[in-house]
Design a protein around this ligand. Structure first.
Ligand code: GTP
Ligand code: NA
Ligand code: MG
Length: 302
C-alpha cells in the first residue's frame, strides 16, 4: 500500500488535421492496414484507436494512435480527444496548406499543452508545397527546426508510404522527453474513446487504459454505464485477457452505451458499480432539471 511503482508506458498519439488531408491514410500506412476502404464516402465517422510496435534505437516500442474524424460535427469529440493525448500529429496536405480545421486542431493541442509534430502529407502530389506549409504554420507558433524553431516537421506521403519511419522516430523522440510512466499494478482507470450499440454484441465500448491493468471479469463503471467486462478485443479483433496502460481495447458487457470522453473505473463488485452508475445518473438528471427550471431573474436581465 502506498507504493506506486511506475513503469514506462507507450505514448498516446492523436492524429489531427483538416478534412481529407490524409489522417486515416497515414494511419493505414503506419499500421500497414486499409481502414480507409471501409469508410463511407472516405469520411471517418468514428474515432479509431490502434497500437503498433515500431523498432527505435534498437528496441521495439509500442505506440498508441487515435484517429479523429476531420468533420466539423466532431469538433467536440476532438476537443475531448486532446485530453488523452501525449503527442499530437498535425497532418497538413502539402497541396492544400493550412485550412480552418488545421488551425482548430492546433489550437486544441496547444491549449492542452500537447507537443505537436507536423506531418506535411501528400508530398507526392503535383503542386505540393511543403515550404509554404512551414511558412504558414510559423504564424501559429509552430516554427520548424530549419527556421530556428523547435517544431519537428516531417515530409510524408501516406499514399506512397514515404517518411513514415522518420515520422514515428520523431514522435518517439518527442514522447521520450515526457518520460511517460504509469503503474500497471493496480486496478485500471481510463477513458471511453468511442461506444456504440452492436446488434449481436450489445454495448461495445472502446476504452483507453491510462493506468493500472484492466482484466476480463473486472466490474466497471464508465460514465453512467456499468457491468462486468465479459470480453476484450484489440484493434485486430483478437481476444485479450488483460490490457496494460496506454492500450486501447474494446470492452463488452456494459449495461448501456457511454459517451466518448467518459472516464472509467473498476469497482469491488457489480453491486457497487451499479450504485455508482445510479448515483451519477441521478446527479446528471438533477443537473438537467435544474437547468430547465431556471428562469430569468432580475440580475440576469441587464
Ligand atoms: P477525414 O477523416 O474525412 O477528415 O479525412 P482524412 O484526413 O482521414 O483523409 P483520408 O485519409 O481519408 O484521405 C483523403 C484522400 O486523400 C484520400 O483519397 C487519400 O487516398 C488521399 N491521400 C491521403 N494521403 C495521400 C498522399 O500522401 N498522397 C496522395 N496523393 N493522396 C493522399
Ligand atoms: Na477523408
Ligand atoms: Mg479519416
Amino acid at each position: 500500500e502506498g507504493e506506486d511503482v511506475l513503469e514506462e508506458r507507450a505514448p498516446v498519439i492523436t492524429i489531427m488535421g483538416h478534412v481529407d488531408h490524409g489522417k486515416t491514410r497515414l494511419l493505414d500506412a503506419i499500421r500497414q492496414s486499409n481502414v480507409i476502404e471501409g469508410e463511407h464516402g472516405g469520411i471517418t465517422q468514428h474515432i479509431g484507436a490502434y497500437q503498433i510496435v515500431h523498432p527505435h534505437e534498437g528496441r521495439d516500442r509500442a505506440m498508441t494512435f487515435i484517429d479523429t474524424p476531420g468533420h466539423e460535427a466532431f469538433t467536440a469529440m476532438r476537443a475531448r480527444g486532446a485530453e488523452v493525448t501525449d503527442v499530437a500529429v498535425l497532418v497538413v496536405a502539402a497541396d492544400d496548406g493550412v485550412m480552418p480545421q488545421t488551425v482548430e486542431a492546433l489550437n486544441h493541442a496547444q491549449a492542452a499543452g500537447v507537443p505537436i509534430i507536423v506531418a506535411v502529407n501528400k508530398v507526392d502530389k503535383e503542386g505540393a508545397n511543403p515550404d509554404k506549409v512551414m511558412g504558414q504554420l510559423t504564424e501559429y507558433g509552430l516554427v520548424p527546426e530549419e527556421y530556428g524553431g523547435d517544431t519537428m516537421f516531417v515530409k510524408v506521403s501516406a499514399l506512397q508510404k514515404q517518411g513514415i519511419d522518420e515520422l514515428l522516430d520523431a514522435v518517439l523522440l518527442t514522447s521520450d522527453v515526457l518520460e511517460l510512466k504509469a503503474n500497471p499494478d493496480k486496478s485500471a482507470r481510463g477513458v471511453a474513446i468511442e461506444a456504440n450499440l452492436d446488434k449481436g454484441r450489445g454495448s461495445v465500448v472502446t476504452v483507453l487504459v491510462q493506468s493500472g491493468t484492466l482484466c476480463v471479469g473486472d466490474t466497471m463503471v464508465v460514465g453512467t454505464a456499468h457491468g462486468r467486462v465479459r470480453a476484450m478485443f484489440n484493434e485486430n479483433g483478437e481476444n485479450l485477457d488483460v490490457a496494460l496502460p496506454s492500450r486501447p481495447v474494446q470492452v463488452l458487457g456494459m449495461s448501456s452505451v457511454p459517451r466518448a470522453g467518459d472516464g472509467f473505473l473498476i469497482t469491488e463488485d457489480e453491486r457497487t458499480a451499479r450504485q455508482i452508475a445510479d448515483k451519477r445518473e441521478t446527479a446528471e438528471r438533477n443537473a438537467m432539471l435544474a437547468k430547465r427550471r431556471k428562469r430569468i431573474t432580475l440580475e440576469d436581465f441587464d
